[in-house]
Design a protein around this ligand. Structure first.
Ligand code: FES
Ligand code: FE2
Length: 375
């Protein structure tokens, strides 16, 4: 698997672009049919054939800090619960009781066992059915065949990945350090519905060509218009958005250059997750389609700073006050794009050479759908 550029290499590339008034460019223009954003059949395939069959980022490891910590939420249209077991290993299950189908766990927390809220069937952290009240009502029930049904879960680089279908392609992550490191602490989990197709929401994060027009007083005040480093690794990508203050690094010896605080990194983890690394906090954003024109954005936020937790939290909140303005500007854009699709004006959306991370996404998504169609 590819390695990502080092801090020094990122700095060199960005300083070069500033000097030459250039940016990274891809090798092709992509035309994506608008019908692919409007078609319920297409969305069904994306959910069933791609999201459920890929190792999709589910939550950060930081959301499951100890034995019994669990996170329950809908992923690709199904309720899934991930839990850290007695042995420290994270497992994931369909969050559905084997008695009469009730949802077993809600939201997140820490527990010694899962107790179904309907009649109290009780499951171990490894999914085995431990106990049911008034067992005599269920003569001959084979407990071993009534455990919670597992899905594949893997913990890698500070994240939990879940694949709902056996035989999913192996996870591809870049070599090197964790995307979220053990000392980064979870401080917020939120969910917000956005009135746009999940791919429109995703595309808004993956290019810097819109910075001046969309964010004149927020991001553009500190950053650049259309000046990005774009890297692809496996199915994924990373887009670097430098701040103007990165020019100070020109005076720092190459091996001492650290870009944290001088750039925002946006990682796209195929198919439907983003990691945004800001100066003082990092978000894992998971895009969960609710319909062709509605997406739940689940956000897990972790601090960046180690050391005093109160300081780290205060620094993270300072970041958020800044990024919230830009995020609201992006949400207004994506929902307006979605409304515009009713007008039948565009047969295709055209992604130019500045939007190459989006081109990589569409190419990868088409290939994944084709592969599944051939199965
Ligand atoms: S549905 Fe879960 S115990 Fe009855
Ligand atoms: Fe934006």
């Amino acid at each position: 698997m590819a390695t990502l550029l080092t801090d020094h290499e990122i700095t060199e590339r960005v300083l070069g672009h500033i000097a030459n008034r250039t940016t990274d460019v891809g090798d092709e223009v992509w035309r994506e049919p608008v019908e692919n954003y409007r078609s319920p059949e297409r969305l069904k395939k994306e959910i069933e054939c791609v999201m459920r069959r890929s190792f999709a980022a589910f939550c950060p490891s930081a959301a499951l800090p100890e034995t019994g910590s669990y996170v329950a939420r809908d992923a690709a249209g199904r309720s899934i619960v991930a839990v850290r077991g007695q042995d420290g290993i994270v497992r994931a299950f369909h969050n559905v009781c084997r008695h009469r189908g009730m949802r077993i766990a809600n939201d997140s927390g820490c527990t010694r066992a899962f107790v179904c809220p309907y009649h109290g069937w009780t499951y171990e952290l490894d999914g085995r059915l431990r106990h049911l009240p008034h067992t005599e009502g269920f003569p001959n029930l084979d407990k071993d065949r009534h455990g919670m049904v597992a899905v594949e879960a893997v913990e890698r680089q500070g994240l939990i990945f879940v694949a709902q279908t056996a035989g999913a392609n192996p996870i591809q992550v870049a070599d090197g350090q964790d995307l979220i490191q053990p000392e980064q602490k979870l401080y917020s989990v939120s969910m917000r519905e956005t009135n746009a197709n999940w791919k429109v929401v995703l595309e808004g994060f993956l290019e810097g060509y819109h910075i001046r027009a969309t964010h004149p007083e927020s991001f553009f005040a500190y950053g650049f218009d259309n000046l990005n480093v774009v890297e692809r690794f496996g199915n994924h990508s990373r887009v670097t958005f430098p701040f103007r203050r990165i020019q100070k690094l020109a005076a720092v010896p190459p091996q001492e250059r650290r870009v944290m605080g001088y750039v925002t990194f946006v990682y796209h983890l195929f198919p439907n997750a983003l990691i945004t690394v800001l100066s003082n906090h990092t978000n894992l954003l998971v895009l969960e389609p609710q319909g062709v024109d509605r997406t739940n954005v689940v956000a897990y936020s972790v601090t960046n700073k180690s050391g005093d937790p109160a300081d780290a939290l205060e620094a993270a909140q300072r970041d958020v006050a800044f990024t919230d303005i830009g995020a609201a500007e992006d949400r207004a854009i994506v929902s307006a794009i979605q409304r515009g699709m009713a007008s039948d004006v565009n047969e295709c959306f055209t992604f130019g050479r500045y939007e190459s991370a989006i081109v990589h996404f569409h190419r990868t998504l088409d290939a994944a759908l084709e592969r599944e169609a051939d199965r």
